[in-house]
Design a protein around this ligand. Structure first.
Ligand code: ATP
Length: 423
């Protein structure tokens, strides 16, 4: 029988610098990823400055509610590094001098031709009863403290010290007390707003097993649904539960789901073009080259990507794509007929199998009474036809540009899928 721990888990990151604007606290991201792989879900994360009373309060709260507490930072030699002392105090344990640790630190300095500075001496003290976690990349050892069903782990702050220590010393200990796992899949979705997606999938939530989770993330032009199942010895049934969950979401979202294995939209489009031996060329106005940039960001894109022309001015649309000046005069550059003519023009001019075009108003200026900021026409042309879509995207200029490229890529993806069914 495996010993079971109270696995309510939290992370406390210590250091005043972590609270300053612009500093990215990354240790907790690393740790939560590793813990999730073991099926351990984080309940709380705290960032606390180098203030003894605040640290004491954070630790006290954590001890009341959590069984696994991972503390990072504040094990160094300086005056403000107080994690070891404060934790000992909160646990009502003594700090005990360890000659072995001191000898190891002294040796580290000696190898560099240096004497042991007096300030490093405090790193040789350990909390009574704690196990010492070796630090191969720095001076501060980590500590693993057991108190009844609780485990408190103290780790150094610098990521290059913490990460190997976590993998070498903490993970094996955690595997012993929690031999679990998390299975995850990410569904990526485009062409739906977050609320429309929620309406479609809300019936799925009630069927999520107690060891399962659905998390949704939204960004302009793309939604993600992360589904996960945590388990212990039941990998096969967990796989089946995850697949069941994925199927129920897919049934409700249909072709709006463009990937389940992390692929970006441009990767999916590139893969479909490659598989079918087809090529694409783009004509871009408001996306300003973003379509071409995204498509050429994928290794091997030279197999299917021929060119992207950034035809921002009316004159460029006429000169480079052959869009009739009279068509632009009649409908305006931001219009369905011009989008279609751009897509056809670049397809003909390049000899590609598909032409993809974007024309719109990225803002913040440029709106007219009938054409608001964010109005975008996207078109895909193929040998024998074309389709045009009208969208109004919200948000700042960069969002409108991204969503325009996303919409155009999705239109091509859907065309490629439809052609499979037409065969
Ligand atoms: P030492 O002082 O011996 O290097 P320490 O355990 O006292 O070790 P800190 O002084 O708390 O570590 O942090 C040292 C540096 O490590 C920080 O200045 C920061 O650059 C980085 N660091 C600390 N904690 C984090 C964190 N949670 N996320 C990202 N970086 C961190």
């Amino acid at each position: 029988m495996t010993k079971t721990l109270n696995l309510k888990t939290e992370i406390i990151a210590v250091g005043s610098e972590l609270l300053s604007p612009g500093f990215r606290e990354t240790n907790s991201l690393f740790i939560s990823g590793r813990l999730e792989d073991l099926g351990i879900v984080i309940s709380f994360k705290t960032i606390v400055g180098d203030d003894v009373a605040d640290l004491r309060a954070a630790l006290g709260a954590a001890l009341k509610r959590s069984g696994l507490i991972v503390v990072t930072g504040g094990l160094g030699p300086t005056e403000d590094d107080r994690t070891r002392e404060v934790t000992a105090g909160v646990l009502r344990r003594k700090l005990v001098f360890s000659p072995a640790i001191e000898a190891r630190i002294r040796d580290r300095f000696r190898k560099r031709g240096l004497r042991l500075p007096a300030s490093n001496k405090k790193q040789s003290f350990v909390i009574a009863g704690a196990e010492v976690l070796e630090n191969d990349h720095g001076t501060a050892p980590g500590l693993w403290v057991s108190r009844a069903s609780r485990r408190i782990v103290l780790l150094p702050g610098p990521p290059h010290e913490l990460e190997p220590m976590f993998d070498n010393s903490v993970l094996p200990r955690l595997r012993e007390i929690s031999p679990g796992f998390t299975l995850r899949r990410t569904l990526k979705i485009t062409g739906l707003s977050e609320s429309l997606m929620e309406d479609r999938i809300k019936g799925v939530y009630s069927g999520v097993p107690p060891n399962g989770r659905i998390i949704t993330l939204a960004s302009p032009g793309e939604l993600q649904i992360i589904i996960s199942i945590t388990g212990r010895d039941d990998r096969e049934s967990s796989e089946a539960a995850l697949t069941g969950l994925e199927k129920r979401l897919r049934d409700r979202l249909g072709e709006r789901v463009f990937s389940t294995d992390g692929e970006s939209l441009e990767e999916v489009v590139g893969r479909l073009l490659s598989l079918r031996g087809r090529t694409v060329a783009c004509a871009e106005s408001c996306s300003g080259g973003l379509l071409g940039h995204r498509l050429t960001g994928i290794p091997g894109s030279s197999r299917y990507f021929l060119e992207s022309l950034v035809t921002y001015s009316d004159a460029a649309k006429t000169r480079l794509l052959g869009v009739a000046g009279s068509l632009i005069a009649a409908h305006g550059a931001v219009s369905a007929p011009v989008a279609e003519a751009m897509a056809r023009g670049v397809m003909e001019g390049s000899g590609a199998d598909y032409g993809l075009a974007v024309t719109g108003i990225a803002g913040p200026g440029g709106a007219t009474e009938t054409k608001p900021v964010g109005l975008v026409y996207t078109a895909v042309a193929w040998r024998g036809g074309a389709s045009v879509e009208r969208s109004v995207f919200l948000g700042m200029r960069s969002f409108v540009k991204f969503q325009s490229s996303q919409k155009a890529l999705d239109q091509l993806r859907l065309r490629l899928i439809a052609e499979e069914f037409e065969k």
